[in-house]
Design a protein around this ligand. Structure first.
Ligand code: CTP
Ligand code: MG
Length: 553
């Protein structure tokens, strides 16, 4: 957990040698959790952004010696932090203690000559390490420790969960294994900062900010990188009273609506990213979406990127989820576990479509936790009532105000175990009347549905919008059935008691649809759920059940 809260993971100037997996396995006690100083969201983002601005990304040959590399880079300035990872080759993220380090790198780096091609001379903080004295470097043994930036395969996760002694411990371990590491968060902010450098050619005061699961505390290794181009700092210049009878203002190009302006800005920046951005490939401009965006892959980091503009409301919903995740460690543990379960069961998908999304699932967990007795987390209305004058935020006419100081939020005494909460989650949504009711986390209450969508979750900051508008009846029904089946399964003695075969949460991560594979799907649907689950239990007992074997992403 400490990685997420933005603690410095390594006090020495060298990269940590302790394996990331081992670090992630070590859980902290409840007392330790309660004593961690939790930073306000914007402070955390500002610190990360500033770290990224002092960092460079270097592609290294496979035989690079870590020691020599660090010695070489420290000629440019003191290094605060450095780590290596693999993504189409080996890369190093080097964070200097001052921005001067980056400037010194720029002064010494050369522009390459390509024998049969021409190059766009756009200088960026993405560089390549070249071996000048080939005899020297080639002879050295590679000594780089690379940190994984992807989630472990599901069967490996199931194996490790099965070794734990309680279901509560399993949920906490799953979170520790799947959550973004400190290094991965650094890399995400660095990619935003590299993108900013491109956009800054047109808008020198712009900032590219990450939002969504990269920063809301619910991101899993391998999740996409949602970013927005923030131009608000430009309009924020106040009119100074000079006492003169004249003043000057900029002449600006006008557009009919803000949406048109956003589309044209994204179109031009998307073009720059495509033509000049090193490592940015597969650019797609999706400008007619409700929220226009430019989608591309950033190859050096391996991130799938979505760049939007003028998207402050999404930033507020990221902050809200961050806050809920910080209030009680059970929130993140339950969200991570439900999201992992949903992915394995095919409730969510990597492909956009009528499936539930991770964001929708997170809202369902938040609502469920608000409905506990006593509630585990407060309603958004309560968080708004606790807000101070500095928290006031109105975006496009919507009141997005809520408290930012986490210490002002006093929780009620709810001592439900994670095991109990997971089972109750499945029971709650297995029996929820989705046909009539809408989910409202602002009030922490279900309400009558304002429109006919199969699943209706009111957007907390844009009440006219349904967060889960994309979900169709079939997918919702699948989710409900899988909740019912998982609730039943979770109560079986074979699943509840510790054994050598997958048990507890690990047993729930075996795909229920896999049972009876080969039979016609119609027949399977007609089977009683308990018959299907009995088959799964049997296969768990004989050790034949394996979760789908793929990655958890
Ligand atoms: N968002 C929203 N309404 C939606 C979908 C998305 O407000 N219907 C906002 C949320 O703030 C969300 C962010 O856009 O966190 C990014 O969306 P998405 O990438 O779909 O979700 P993530 O929360 O980032 O989850 P994932 O790990 O699946 O990327
Ligand atoms: Mg996302």
């Amino acid at each position: 957990l400490k990685h997420f809260f933005g603690f410095k993971y390594c006090s020495s100037k060298r990269a940590s040698t302790k394996s990331a997996a081992a670090k992630r396995e070590s859980s902290i006690t409840k007392d330790q959790y309660e004593n961690i100083e939790r930073k306000p969201f914007y402070k955390l983002l500002e610190e990360r952004k500033e770290q990224a601005e002092r960092s460079v990304l270097v592609s290294c040959p496979s035989n690079t010696s870590e020691k020599r590399f660090l010695k070489h880079m420290s000629r440019h300035g003191d290094i605060n932090n450095c780590f290596f990872y693999e993504s189409f080759g080996t890369y190093a993220v080097v964070e200097f203690s001052k921005r001067d380090g980056v400037l010194s790198v720029f002064e010494s780096a050369s522009i390459p000559n390509f024998p049969h091609e021409a190059a766009v001379p756009f200088k960026s903080r993405l560089l390549s390490l070249k071996t000048n004295n080939s005899g020297d470097l080639a002879s050295s043994q590679p000594s780089v420790k690379v940190l994984s930036q992807t989630a472990i395969p599901i069967d490996e996760l199931v194996r490790r969960l099965s070794k734990k002694d309680s279901i509560d411990q399993q949920l906490l371990l799953l979170t520790n294994i799947l959550q973004l590491t400190d290094e991965n968060i650094r890399l995400r902010f660095l990619v935003c900062s590299l993108l900013r450098d491109i956009a800054a050619s047109y808008f020198p005061e712009c900032v590219v900010r990450p939002f969504g699961s990269s920063v809301n505390g619910f991101g899993k290794l391998g999740c996409d990188l949602d970013m927005f181009l923030d131009l608000d700092g430009i309009s924020g210049i106040s009119q100074e009273k000079t006492g003169s009878s004249y003043s000057l203002e900029y002449q600006l190009k006008r557009t009919s609506t803000e949406r048109v302006a956003t589309q044209s800005i994204l179109s031009v920046i998307g073009e720059c990213v495509d033509q000049f951005g090193p490592g940015c490939v597969g650019i797609q401009k999706i400008l007619n979406a409700r929220c226009p965006l430019v989608r591309f892959s950033h190859q050096p980091s391996g991130f799938q990127c979505d760049l939007t503009a003028n998207n402050r409301v999404a930033m507020k919903s990221s902050e809200l989820l961050y806050l809920y995740g910080q209030l009680d460690e059970r929130v993140r543990a339950l969200v991570f576990s439900v999201r992992c379960w949903a992915r394995v069961q095919g409730v969510t998908s990597n492909i956009p479509g009528a499936w539930l999304t991770n964001f929708t699932l997170t809202m369902l967990v938040v609502f469920f936790l608000q409905k506990r007795s006593p509630p585990l987390i407060p309603t958004l209305d309560h968080l708004q009532a606790l807000a101070g004058p500095k928290d006031k935020s109105i975006i496009d006419g919507n009141d997005c105000t809520f408290v930012s100081d986490l210490t002002k939020v006093k929780l009620q005494e709810n001592s439900d175990s994670l095991e109990h909460l997971l089972l109750e989650f499945f029971e709650f949504y297995g029996n929820f009347d989705f046909s009539k009711l809408s989910i409202n986390i602002r009030k922490g209450k279900e309400q009558g549905k304002p429109e006919a969508a199969p699943l209706h979750i009111q957007n907390p900051f844009q009440p006219a919008l349904n967060v889960s508008k994309n979900v169709n009846g079939t997918q919702l029904q699948r989710f409900v059935s899988l909740c019912q089946e998982s609730a039943w399964l979770a109560q079986q003695p074979e699943v509840q008691s510790r054994s050598d075969t997958p048990w507890g949460l690990a047993a729930l991560l075996a795909p229920l649809d896999a049972v009876g594979k080969g039979k016609k799907s119609k027949r399977r649907r007609a089977e009683a759920p308990s018959a299907r689950i009995k088959g799964l239990l049997e296969s768990l007992r004989t050790g034949k059940a394996s979760a789908n074997g793929g990655s958890t992403s």
